[in-house]
Design a protein around this ligand. Structure first.
Ligand SMILES: Nc1ncnc2c1ncn2[C@@H]1O[C@H](COP(=O)(O)OP(=O)(O)OP(=O)(O)O)[C@@H](O)[C@H]1O
Length: 744
């Protein structure tokens, strides 16, 4: 190393040391605040208030500081004017009066040239520096000179400018996705920072960084619109729980913790959809026509007695006859309100009660000589009350127009599916009490909840009662604090403000309420009608029209980022085309961008994978691989002992560092797992283990150093395409049955 290089490295080390000194101080302060707030200083309102607010604020900061430790600063930009800025995962300021920035958050506008500047458009930069650290020690520098007039050289010049990117792409995988904040590419940066309003569709082939971009976009939006999004939360929807675990560390590493990650199965609060559907059943449940079928089925739950066979109700004052005509008029009146089923129900009940009361009045108060009815308004009201209170009347109303929960209604519908072609109805039929809710049921439950309406008057009354209680409680606290009154300073004028001077009981109760619900993501998870500030959907091509209806209800402002690849559509229910997905909601008003560089799969593997799709679609163009490894994928015939051949191939391929995935049809998992040490078959594999056994659907969105595909002839085209494109280094194929034509 030259003296110049040593000096440069030393200078960066000094900066990093100073940075961590500041971080340690901040962390100490934050930790003390959390401790103080958590310590049981008293059980009073004041203590509870402060505790909630402080714990929330300080733990957020502490979590961010802890999460980014070890890789806090990764870059520096030197401007032609002489200034320089260090870029990092979060922003840190000096402890001086101006709060001078010490480290610039990568999301700040000042940091943007770090990602966008080129020799052609240097954006005021002289030099871009990538700083690599191990823990708190600077290990490498890579400089790019952007101002060619500038003769100043550090000795760390990286002529191609992609050494850091290639090192990241070649590094061993851990089973957890890493962030790409050091090496975001310009086309990715534009997507990450696209405006928050409206719908943005990000399309790209395997490995083009769609997931990475989506996650960094979430982090960017939370930074840019902190106030709005911290309140309304960001929802990220992924294809399965293993995938959510795979990406779960990216946002914390970027200092963000308040995002809700969910699969479709988790989007109806209170329901854990663990069941499975056949592909046909999932497709039927997901089809747009289901909305109409359910709406009609709800109307069917608004019944009438058969004409000529009225419901006869025993009553203290004689029999009441609830006939077709009365029920029909009541139903029409209730339907005219256009309210959802449960909310329209009282109108039905009122009409029935009115009609039955009139029946009774006619009988009791009738003048035998044809004069007006004897009963006055008070008598009628009294009669009406009696009818309304009658258990028999209530039961008759409930029989005709029952109060329904989404779960009750859908279970009933699935037991006897109506308004569907016979084969479809058969596919989704499920006996009452049998089986579990499935992910495809979740959008149907949500649809049912919309159609039925939730009668939340009881819940609202309870919430209001609780609020009143809090106000009373706060009032009590204020009274106590008044008792201890404010201190007067010696000059007799200035006073220290006491709590009651600045806050009244109602506001204090509101603050308490805010503090109670401190994490918007938590609140959102429990509330079916939550409107998210922004929704990001990964593998968006897989979602069914019914799932889109659910998601659009959660995004009334239509602020969404959809990420996907139609060529990887595996689910029968998947819509596949962006126009079809979005037309019902935003027409053609959506932005569509493409990513076409593959950062994951080496060219050798991508050539083979492309062949598979081209067999069906000769015009197919795969994304361009940024790397090639010189290692051709291989295929091997297993003979009769498939599991033995897989075990031998695994032994050959398993990397010293990094991860290997065996992707095989589910039906072979037991047999294969038995031949592999430490590998268990199961729906939710631990991706951090050195060798992981997966079905093609679970491999979606994941990546491994090496991949072994078993019996590819059993896979559909899109599943095979997904399986073949998961490796960052090597790919092997083992088969007993014939290979598909496209792989021969
Ligand atoms: N700018 C970048 N710098 C470093 N690594 C990157 C960059 N962009 C993408 N990658 C890496 O490329 C790999 C693929 O990215 P990602 O999983 O986001 O792709 P994808 O488009 O979602 O793929 P698929 O559709 O196959 O699931 C990841 O390892 C990611 O970290």
């Amino acid at each position: 190393m030259s003296t110049r290089e040593r000096v440069e490295l030393q200078k960066e080390q000094e900066f990093i040391d100073r940075l961590y000194e500041r971080v340690d101080t901040l962390r100490g302060v934050a930790a003390r605040h959390v401790d103080d707030a958590l310590s049981p200083v008293g059980s009073g309102m004041q203590a509870r208030l402060e505790r909630d607010v402080l714990v929330a604020e300080r733990s957020g900061l502490l979590a961010a500081l802890n999460a980014v430790d070890g890789s806090l600063c990764f870059g520096r930009i030197d401007l032609t004017g002489g200034a320089a800025h260090h870029i990092g995962r979060i922003g840190i300021r000096e402890d001086d009066t101006d709060h001078t920035p010490l480290l610039i958050d990568w999301r700040a506008p000042v940091a943007r040239p770090f990602y966008l500047a080129t020799g052609h458009t240097p954006m005021g930069l002289r030099r871009r520096r990538h700083i690599t650290t191990e823990g708190r020690r600077v290990t490498e520098l890579h400089d790019e000179i952007l101002d060619l007039e500038d003769g100043d050289r550090s000795g760390f010049e990286d002529r191609t400018g992609d050494a850091v990117l290639l090192a990241a792409l070649n590094s061993a995988r851990t089973g957890r996705m890493a962030d790409i904040v050091r090496t975001i590419q310009a086309d990715q940066d534009r997507i990450i920072r696209a405006p928050h309003r409206g719908v943005l569709v990000v399309e790209g082939g395997p490995g083009t960084g769609k997931t990475a971009v989506a996650l960094h976009r979430a982090a960017f939006l939370l930074y840019e619109h902190r106030e709005l999004l911290a309140k309304r939360a960001v929802l990220i929807v992924g294809p399965n729980p293993a995938f959510l675990r795979y990406i779960g560390e990216v946002l914390p590493a970027l200092g963000e913790t308040g995002v809700m990650l969910a699969t479709q199965a988790e989007l109806f609060p209170g329901v854990h959809a663990r069941g499975t559907d056949t592909p046909h059943a999932a497709a039927v449940k997901g089809a747009a026509g289901m909305a109409e079928a359910l709406a009609l089925a709800v109307r069917d739950r608004q019944a009438l007695p058969e004409p000529g066979a009225p419901v006869v109700i025993r009553h203290d004052d004689g029999e009441l006859v609830l006939d077709w005509e009365i029920a029909y008029q009541a139903r029409e009146a209730a339907r005219e309100t256009r309210l959802p089923h449960n909310l329209a129900r009282p109108y039905f009940a009122f009409h029935v009660i009115d009609a039955l009361t009139a029946q009774l009045a006619d009988r009791i108060g009738a003048d035998p000589y044809g004069g007006p009815n004897f009963l006055g308004p008070d008598d009628l009201a009294q009669l009406g009350k009696g009818v309304a209170a009658s258990q028999e009347v209530r039961a008759a109303v409930a029989e005709l127009w029952p109060m329904l929960t989404p779960q009750e209604f859908l279970a009933g519908y699935l037991a006897e599916p109506a308004y569907l072609p016979e084969g479809d109805a058969e596919a989704i039929r499920r006996a009452p009490g049998e089986g579990e809710w499935t992910p495809a049921d979740v959008p149907l439950l949500d649809e049912a909840a919309e159609l039925l309406g939730v009668d939340d008057s009881a819940a609202r009354a309870a919430a209001e009662a609780e609020r009143q209680e809090q106000i009373a409680y706060a009032q009590g606290v204020l009274e106590v604090s008044r008792g201890s009154e404010s201190f007067e300073f010696e000059d007799g004028e200035s006073e220290v403000l006491a709590a009651h001077d600045i806050i009244d009981a109602e506001r204090m109760a509101d603050r308490q309420e805010e503090a109670d619900h401190r994490s918007a993501a938590e609140r959102a998870a429990a509330d079916r009608t939550w409107a998210f500030g922004h929704i990001i959907v990964d593998e968006a091509q897989e979602l069914s029209p019914m799932a889109w209806r659910l998601l659009m209800r959660r995004s009334p402002t239509r602020s969404l980022t959809l990420v996907g690849d139609p060529a990887q559509t595996a689910e029968e229910a998947g819509v596949g085309s962006w126009d079809k997905i979005l037309e019902p909601y935003v027409g053609d008003r959506f932005e569509h961008v493409r990513l076409d560089v593959n950062y994951r799969t080496p060219a050798e593997i991508m050539d083979l994978a492309a062949q598979v799709v081209r067999a069906e679609d000769p015009a197919f163009e795969p994304p361009r691989s940024v790397r090639s490894t010189g290692e051709k994928p291989w295929t091997r015939h297993a003979g009769t002992d498939l599991a033995g051949a897989v075990a031998r191939a695994v032994a050959e391929l398993t990397p010293d560092e990094g991860r290997l995935a065996v992707i095989a049809p589910r039906a072979l998992h037991e047999e294969i797992a038995a031949a592999l040490d430490g590998v268990t078959p199961g729906a939710e594999p631990d991706l951090t283990r050195p060798v992981v056994l997966l079905g093609p659907r679970e491999a979606k969105g994941l990546e491994f150093d090496h991949v072994l595909v078993v019996e590819p002839g059993e896979f559909g085209t899109s599943d095979l395409y997904v399986a073949l494109t998961r490796a960052t280094q090597r790919l092997g194929i083992v088969h007993r049955e014939a290979l598909p034509e496209s792989l021969r």
